[in-house]
Design a protein around this ligand. Structure first.
Ligand code: ATP
Ligand code: MG
Length: 416
């Protein structure tokens, strides 16, 4: 039997899970502060939830999906991202009755990719979506939430917000024509993928990771020149809002996003500290997606944060909060086992983290207490039990004192 986890997946525990949970909980806490409710959508959905038409040219949909037919012969796909499932739920649960809808999610996503540092086949994202609010103020709020999360993780100085607009449908169409005209001159030099994109969705060439494509992209026309007045005004309001809130950004006129349904604002928070996998949080406005999925015309905007990459980043930069330290109970001798179990129980009922070694003499148990980084030991032997006390030892200083059992929780208060 092969006991390794499948390629691109891993067991997450110990220090990695600590960092991981810190990231997830920070996004959750801030999303709550901004008025988002949490949703858990299914891990797999009907394939058409993710793959909506022949125009789909994103890597995610065209190459990376885990699609299978189940025993009933229906085609399902493990979710590669969060937005499509949330929008599907918005439509099928009839949420459009009460707008705007603000939803937070966190969980695993699945993409068939070449695994490397910061790139997995089972990845994890925490994200938010606002449905039914079309004002640029919403874009600013979503960006502000993302910025707050990154700052709370201690990453304010390590990430850069890159911002762009894809304009409305009219601007996008004009830009598309300009890109077709430009890239058609270099058709032979384009990568095979980008030749397909040229036919189906030329904007996506700008997102190519092919080195030859990248050279051609350097001189490609920029979106900015093709924005109509309403699109320009929308983008200006977003930038004005960011300025007012003191959120730093750079406009990257060649930024497009991995999925085809984006409109107006698109953004990525990028770090230089993770090598090639530098994007840690990304999103944008997707007015039109709800309609495409059979719901009423509804504006949408959101982001997905890469939990794995953010956990790596706070680990490498030493920004992971220390774990709370436990208290160790140390019975000395058989007769002390039950009384120490009772003491541990009372302490746990009072909210303390309490652990013990289960076996061994006192010296061994104290060694184990150090190994689990306990801050204090509650030592109980025959003498102590007879007197109704325990010895509380500070494991950092070695100081110790006798404490009546009834006073244990109060005496340990300083070790919380
Ligand atoms: P990339 O360009 O790195 O492939 P993407 O554009 O495909 O990223 P999104 O679909 O925008 O990524 O997902 C949002 C975030 O999820 C990314 O910014 C990244 O932090 C994270 N992410 C995406 N794919 C992976 C992966 N395979 N492994 C780990 N994290 C990932
Ligand atoms: Mg990708």
């Amino acid at each position: 039997m092969n006991l390794q986890p499948a390629r691109g997946t891993r067991d997450i525990y110990g220090a990695e899970l600590t960092a991981f949970k810190q990231v997830e909980n920070t996004v959750r806490d801030f999303a709550k502060r901004y008025g988002f409710g949490e949703i858990q959508t299914p891990i797999f959905e009907a394939t058409e939830v993710f793959c909506r038409g022949v125009g789909e040219t994103s890597d995610i949909v065209s190459k990376e999906m885990y699609t299978f037919s189940d025993r009933g012969g229906e085609s399902f796909t493990l979710r590669p991202e969060g937005t499509a499932g949330v929008v599907r739920a918005f439509v099928s649960e009839g949420m459009a009755q009460n707008l705007p809808v603000k939803l937070f999610y966190a969980g695993p996503m699945f993409r068939y990719e070449r695994p490397q540092k910061g790139r997995y086949r089972q990845l994890h994202q925490a994200g938010v979506e606002i449905l039914g609010a079309a004002t640029p103020q919403t874009d600013v709020e979503v960006l502000c939430l993302a910025w707050d999360v990154l700052c709370a993780l201690g990453l304010g100085g390590n990430v850069r917000l890159e911002l762009n607009t894809l304009g409305d449908a009219e601007s996008r169409a004009a830009y598309r024509d300009a890109l077709v005209a430009y890239f058609s001159q270099y058709r032979e030099q384009l990568s095979e993928d980008s030749r397909v994109r040229l036919e189906k969705n030329p904007l996506r060439i700008l997102d190519s990771k092919d080195e030859g494509d990248k050279k051609l992209i350097e001189n490609a026309p920029e979106m900015t020149a093709y924005l109509n007045e309403p699109s320009k005004a929308f983008f200006d309001e977003v930038k004005t809002g960011l300025d007012a809130l003191g959120i730093p950004y750079v406009v990257n006129p060649r930024l497009v996003r991995g999925l085809d349904y984006y409109r107006h604002t698109v953004f990525e928070f990028v770090t230089e500290s993770l090598g090639a996998q530098g994007t840690v949080l990304a999103g944008g406005r997707y007015d039109g997606l709800v309609r495409q999925m059979g719901g009423p015309e509804t504006a949408g905007i959101g982001f997905g944060a890469g939990i794995d990459r953010l956990a790596l980043l706070i680990t490498e930069l030493g920004k992971v909060d220390p774990e709370p330290r436990p208290i160790a109970v140390v019975p000395a001798g058989e007769d002390a086992v039950l009384p120490s179990m009772k003491a541990a129980h009372v302490l746990r009922q009072n909210g303390f983290i309490v652990d013990e070694a289960y076996t061994g003499n006192m010296a061994k148990r104290l060694k184990k207490a150090n190994k689990i980084n306990a801050c204090a030991a509650v030592i109980m032997g025959g003498d102590e039990i007879a007197k109704g006390v325990a010895t509380v030892r500070n494991l950092d200083s070695g100081e110790q004192k006798e404490v009546p059992l009834t006073d244990l929780p109060a005496a340990l208060e300083s070790f919380r």
